[in-house]
Design a protein around this ligand. Structure first.
Ligand code: TTP
Ligand code: MG
Length: 361
């Protein structure tokens, strides 16, 4: 018997800002781009629940969020605070939340910055799994002063839908016996993979709930959804067997170069460093990876003394610019007094990415 948990932090970025700025507590709060008095460009990263009451949500233009906040204020509703936020801080909190999960569950899939699946099959029973989920929520509250919502079900799909069912601070357990009825009542949009466009086109045919959609035969689903149809047919009935995608592949992609002459020519060394980064990044993509988390730089001096330095990002990225930035920061100390006080010449440099991730298909 499988028991899968899914955790999703509540209003994640906004909750962290409220925690760290008590004067914002309980007020409507938007984390995102600078609203610049309504002229701002860029978007909302997230809004806390009081700001969502005004209709503000993730990915909305910040100018529109500003208008909604102003309209609410003119109606006599509380004023909304706008903050830019700190992605570095959110990444660090995320790392600590994931560590808590790893402490309680042997297999954890870190699905995004504030979301993870974890295997609770080892507890052997749904009430035991629920008790453990309560412990996880309590540990997060005690250590981070943040709330999370958790869903428990027989597979990833049911667990994810369940974690969203009662937010914030929710715990929703859907046993295998309950799964089909639980899903049948929901709007079709709740099934991962059914987006706003499909929702609309189904609504035109009078199909709004999962129960409505279950009236379609596998053939009709294939007509409408193509190859995805048969697996959707199963999902609507609560069946979904994809595994948790856990560890990073224990692989790395790296390149190094021995210079024709030992050197301390910064312009030359950096031009070679950029080229190595580009080559590593190209191979990383060519080998089918989507993300890396660790950048490693290697330096060998003319006397063969060799060092490696690495930096692990708070969350996965695919960015060549990020790789170049951290490779440069890691290499710099070897070019100046910090790690090269005797001004030794450099014989070789290398660049490597580790903690590589491939997304689940
Ligand atoms: P979500 O879990 O989607 O949202 P949330 O945690 O803010 O709220 P909820 O209680 O509904 O789970 O995303 C997690 C964080 O990711 C969110 O706090 C900010 C960031 N984010 C963006 O920056 N842009 C986006 O479009 C979305 C959806 C999220
Ligand atoms: Mg969340």
């Amino acid at each position: 018997m499988r028991i899968i948990g899914h955790l999703d932090m509540d209003a994640f970025f906004a909750a962290i800002e409220e925690r760290d700025h008590p004067e914002l507590k309980g007020r409507p709060l938007v984390v995102g781009a600078d609203p610049a008095g309504g002229k701002g460009r860029g978007v909302v990263a997230t809004a806390n629940y009081p700001a969502r009451v005004y209709g503000i949500h993730s990915a909305m233009p910040i100018s529109q969020a500003w208008k909604l906040a102003e309209a609410a204020r003119r109606r006599g509703r509380p004023a909304t605070a706008f903050v830019r936020g700190s992605h570095r801080k959110y990444g660090e909190v995320s790392v600590r939340i994931m560590a808590i999960l790893h402490h309680y569950a042997p297999v954890v899939e870190e699905a995004s910055i504030d979301e993870a699946y974890f295997d609770l099959s080892f507890t052997g029973a749904y009430d035991q799994a629920a008790a453990l989920a309560r412990q996880i929520k309590a540990a997060i509250l005690a250590q981070e002063r943040l709330t999370a919502s958790i869903g428990i079900g027989a597979n990833k799909m049911v667990a994810k839908i369940a974690s969203d069912f009662k937010k914030p601070d929710g715990l929703t357990v859907v046993t295998p016996a309950e799964a089909e009825d639980f899903l049948a009542r929901l709007a079709v949009r709740k099934i991962p993979g059914i987006g706003p466009k499909t929702e609309q086109s189904l609504a035109r045919r009078g199909i709004r709930t999962v129960n409505d959609l279950k009236r379609l035969t596998p053939e009709e689903l294939r007509e409408k959804f193509g190859k995805w149809g048969p697996s959707l047919y199963e999902r609507l009935r609560g069946r979904h067997d994809s595994p948790l995608v856990t560890e990073w592949e224990p692989k790395s992609v790296g390149e190094q170069e021995t210079f024709a002459q030992d050197t301390r020519d910064l312009e030359f060394i950096f031009s070679r460093l950029w080229e190595l980064c580009r080559e590593v990044h190209r191979r990383f993509l060519a080998e089918g990876f989507q993300t890396f988390r660790t950048a490693v730089v290697k330096v060998r001096f003319a006397d063969f003394e060799t060092f490696t330095r690495s930096y692990t990002l708070p969350y996965p990225t695919a960015s060549l610019r990020t790789l170049k930035f951290h490779a440069m920061k890691l290499l710099m100390p070897f070019l100046d007094r910090r790690d090269n006080p005797k001004k030794k010449l450099i014989r070789l440099i290398g660049v490597r990415v580790e903690k590589l991730g491939k997304e689940e298909k």
